[in-house]
Design a protein. Structure first.
Length: 93
């Protein structure tokens, strides 16, 4: 069952309650028995693997790094490497 955080509307006490997602909960403050409102709190799980935030929306530094890698791979091969390949083919024949 999930843990939900509530805050008392009278004394501002913050407390947690376990209950089902679909269960209606009229929470009351454990200190003053006043009405409480549900708080929105951060989750404690991390999404890992492809298709999640880290892969879909990288930081600016990662975007720049991936751009520089792409431009390096798109650069034409050097003339020397092409000449060496041609020499090896000629030697093999």
């Amino acid at each position: 069952m999930p843990i939900y955080e509530y805050q008392c509307r009278k004394c501002k006490e913050v407390f947690e309650i376990f209950h089902k997602i679909d269960e209606e909960c009229n929470a009351a403050c454990p200190k003053c028995l006043g009405p409480a409102k549900k708080l929105i709190s951060a989750t404690n799980f991390i999404l890992k693997g492809s298709g999640f935030y880290v892969n879909d929306y990288p930081s600016k530094s990662r975007q720049e790094a991936s751009r520089s890698e792409k431009t390096e791979s798109e650069k034409p091969k050097s003339v020397k490497s092409d000449e060496k390949k041609a020499e090896k083919k000629a030697d093999a024949e």
